[in-house]
Design a protein. Structure first.
Length: 290
C-alpha cells in the first residue's frame, strides 16, 4: 500500500506556480488577484477560506477576503458578486459554500462571470468540461486528476466507481475519468443513495472515489484487493480526546481498508490540499486569460 500524499504534492505545485508568477512579474505582467466571499461564521468554511488566503501568499498572488454577516440578503450578496465581476483588478473569485438557507446558491453561482469562476461551478465551465473545451475545471475533481497523474496511476481501461453524485465532486469527477485524456479513458459507474447493492458495485472498482460525505462509510468488504482508493470526504466527528473536541474523518474506514489498497489518500492530507492548490492553478489561468 502506498499513501498518496496530497499535502506534499500541493506544496510542490504551489512552488511551481510561485516560480511562474515571479516570471510574469519580471516581464512586467500583473500580479494574479483572487477574492473570496465568506458569509456567516461556519467553522469549516472559515478554515477553508483561511487555507486559500495562505495559499495565495505562498503562490505570490494578491488576495482579498470579503466577510459578511449571515443576515446579508440575497439581493445584497448578488450586488457584491456584480461588483467583483466588474472589478478589473480581480482575476477570479469564489463565494464560499454553503450559504445561509435564505440565499439561493444556484442564483449566486449563475451570477458569477464564467471568466472569473475559478471554482469551476458555473454551468458554462461545466459544459465546456463536458465537451472537452478549455475552461476552469471544478477544483476538487481537478485536484484528484492531478494526484493520479503525479503518482503515475494508470487509468486507461480501468473500472472507476464514483460514490456520490454531487454537482461539485461526484458528477464532474465521473465525466473527467471517462474523457479521452492522459488521466481518463475509464469505464465509469456513478453510484448514489438509490444504487441497488452498492457494495457489489464498489467491489468491481479498480479506482474507487468516495465523495458522499458520510464518515467511514466505505469498509473493507466494499473494496477490491489492489484498488486505488481516493477519499474525498471530510467530516467532523466528536472526539473528546482532541483539544478541538472533534476529529476529521473521511468517507473511507482507513485502518481496515488501507491494507487492501495499492494506493490510498489519507484524511486529512489527501484530497483537501489539492482542492486549494487547484484553485490557485485556475486563478493563474484566469490571470493569463485576462
Amino acid at each position: 500500500m502506498q499513501l498518496i500524499d496530497g499535502k506534499a504534492t500541493a506544496e510542490a505545485i504551489k512552488g511551481e506556480i510561485a516560480i511562474e508568477v515571479k516570471e510574469i512579474l519580471a516581464n512586467g505582467g500583473k500580479q494574479p488577484h483572487l477574492a473570496a466571499v465568506l458569509v456567516g461564521n461556519d467553522g469549516g468554511s472559515r478554515t477553508y477560506v483561511n487555507h486559500k488566503v495562505k495559499a495565495c501568499e505562498q503562490c505570490g498572488f494578491k488576495s482579498t477576503l470579503l466577510e459578511f454577516e449571515e443576515t446579508i440578503t440575497e439581493e445584497e450578496l448578488l450586488a457584491v458578486v456584480d461588483k467583483l465581476n466588474k472589478d478589473e483588478d480581480i482575476d477570479g473569485f469564489i463565494v464560499q459554500l454553503p450559504l445561509p438557507k435564505h440565499i439561493d446558491e444556484t442564483k449566486v453561482t449563475l451570477a458569477i462571470d464564467p471568466a472569473k469562476d475559478v471554482d469551476g461551478f458555473h454551468p458554462e465551465n461545466l459544459g465546456r468540461m463536458m465537451i472537452g473545451l478549455p475552461g476552469f475545471l471544478p477544483a476538487t475533481p481537478y485536484g484528484i486528476v492531478q494526484l493520479l497523474e503525479r503518482y503515475g496511476i494508470e487509468t486507461s481501461g480501468k473500472k472507476c466507481v464514483v460514490v456520490g453524485r454531487s454537482n461539485i465532486v461526484g458528477t464532474p469527477m465521473s465525466l473527467l475519468m471517462s474523457r479521452n485524456a492522459k488521466v481518463g479513458n475509464c469505464t465509469v459507474t456513478l453510484t448514489h443513495s438509490r444504487t441497488a447493492d452498492l457494495a457489489a458495485e464498489t467491489r468491481e472498482a479498480d479506482i474507487l472515489i468516495a465523495a458522499l460525505g458520510k464518515p467511514e462509510f466505505v469498509t473493507a468488504d466494499m473494496v477490491k484487493e489492489g484498488a486505488v482508493v481516493i477519499d474525498v470526504g471530510t467530516s467532523r466527528v466528536k472526539d473528546d480526546s482532541k483539544k478541538s473536541g472533534f476529529s476529521l474523518k473521511g468517507d473511507v474506514k482507513f485502518d481496515e481498508v488501507s491494507p487492501k489498497c495499492s494506493f490510498i489518500t489519507p484524511v486529512p492530507g489527501g484530497v483537501g490540499p489539492m482542492t486549494v492548490v487547484t484553485l490557485m492553478r485556475n486563478t493563474l489561468l484566469a490571470a493569463k486569460n485576462r
